[in-house]
Design a protein around this ligand. Structure first.
Ligand code: GLA
Length: 432
């Protein structure tokens, strides 16, 4: 893959209602016009859940929902961040004094991750201050990667404002590391697809070294994203990190004892380490008090899910007549594995997945970290209208409008189509 940087486009702001609205808000907030805009998309993961942090390939697709930030570098050392949504309060700090609050992860902390990531990478002694206005349309805590899109956007904002450049893969790797300042030990899927993806094009993302390959999905397939409306902030609980630690420990066990009897082993004895070493050198802060680690079933999920990703890609390449059915089967197996072995689903998601299948999806599964958030379903395009109407009625109407009214809960993406319709569909810099 070419080591190219994110695209830079000259776009007439006046021709894009969303950019124009941001520009107007920026002017009334800061009394000046933005110098540039940055965009980073969210993603839906089609298959390959909770395996990126073990180094295995995943298969996500960038989506239309994104984060846009309007930026003006300023001479002072002040960083000021505002949001078009007044629910999110303004934030300001000195660019030389970045503190990321892990205990109470608020929205601006994700910006600070990207900001600090670039500062640290270049060892910037005198970073520029900036005024920023953010407009985000990825539903938060929904498994569509709103937090990583914000980290990526912030990384690119900081890069540009300081007159620096990096390739997309370098940016993805730096933003992956810097999101960990918030305390979650995620893999690189979200940041990689945000930088390397194009809306509507599925990509196989492989790690070490990071690379992205187009995966052509069957032309008669649509994907439906349905929000369970259960919010899950992976930085606010220890569920996510506990899974990462379990995988880390499982890998250590497999390396140390090939053929180990996996039931009832005592971790410290087997690894010949003290409890203190286990806590401080292997576990993350928010998993140090976890009493039970389920290594066998987590590892079983990881290995089987990693194999499903490769099968999924192979079916897409070989395109047999029953592709949709085969791909759907893999997605269904993935959900069962997430639910039973990885225990990262929840009753609402399970219900939603069942309803999607009942109303015509060939396959349906949770997407993203889980414990809430969205399901993604593979639907033959001719069944799409019926499925949308039925799921709307069965899941959302019955929820009596809770959350459902304000948030986009159910939408379809037809791979390959949207990018042609829209002016921008990737992570990029926009200069007016
Ligand atoms: C989150 C993380 C990703 C990945 C998924 C689960 O989105 O940020 O790195 O681990 O969960 O597949």
């Amino acid at each position: 893959m070419a080591a190219e940087g994110p695209s830079i486009r000259l776009i007439q702001v006046a021709e894009h209602p969303r950019l124009l609205k941001m520009k107007e808000m920026f002017v009334s907030k800061f009394g000046s016009i933005p110098e540039f805009y940055v965009r980073a998309p969210g993603r839906v993961n089609l298959i390959g859940e909770h395996i990126d942090y073990c180094g295995y390939a995943v298969l996500p697709m960038a989506i239309e929902q994104d984060i846009l930030i309007a930026v003006e570098p300023v001479k002072s050392q002040t960083f000021y961040l505002a949001n078009t949504n007044s629910f999110f309060l303004d934030f300001s700090t000195s660019v030389n004094d970045i503190h990321i609050n892990k205990t109470k992860p608020q929205w601006h902390n994700y910006f600070l991750c990207g900001l600090k990531g670039i500062q640290d990478h270049f060892n910037l002694k005198n970073p520029t201050g900036m005024n920023c206005l953010l407009d985000g349309i990825i539903p938060p805590s929904s498994g569509l990667s709103s937090s990583s899109a914000l980290v990526c956007c912030a990384g690119l904002v900081t890069l540009r404002a300081n007159g620096l450049s990096l390739s997309k893969t370098e940016l993805a790797e730096i933003c992956t590391k810097s999101e960990r300042y918030i305390g979650t030990e995620g893999g690189g899927m979200d940041q990689s697809i945000s930088f390397l993806g194009e809306e509507g094009m599925a990509k196989l993302i492989e790690f070490n070294p990071l690379r992205a390959t187009d995966v052509q999905l069957p032309s008669e397939a649509s994907f439906v994203i349905a929000n369970s409306c259960v919010e899950m902030n992976k930085a606010a609980t220890s569920h996510f990190n506990t899974r990462v630690m379990e995988c880390r420990l499982a890998a250590k066990f497999l390396a140390k004892y090939k053929g180990l009897k996996w039931k009832e082993v005592e971790i410290c004895n087997c690894l010949e380490i003290s409890l203190e070493e286990l806590r401080t050198q292997i576990l993350s802060k928010n998993t140090q008090d976890v009493l039970l680690f389920k290594l066998y079933q987590r590892a079983k999920h990881v290995f089987s899910e990693a194999a499903r990703v490769l099968q999924f890609k192979k079916i897409c390449e070989e395109a047999p007549a029953n592709s949709i059915q085969l791909l759907g089967d893999l997605m269904n197996q993935s959900h069962v594995s997430c639910r039973t072995l990885y225990e990262c689903s929840c009753p609402e998601l399970d219900r939603l997945v069942d309803l999607c299948r009942q109303f015509g999806a060939q396959g349906s599964r949770l997407t993203g970290a889980g414990w809430g958030g969205c399901a993604v379903s593979l639907v033959p395009t001719d069944k799409l209208p019926d499925l949308l109407a039925n799921v709307q009625e069965a899941y959302y109407q019955s929820k009596k409008g809770r959350l459902a009214v304000e948030k986009p809960c159910l939408f379809a993406t037809k791979p390959g189509e949207p990018s042609a319709r829209r002016a921008f569909n990737e992570c990029l810099l926009i200069t007016r």
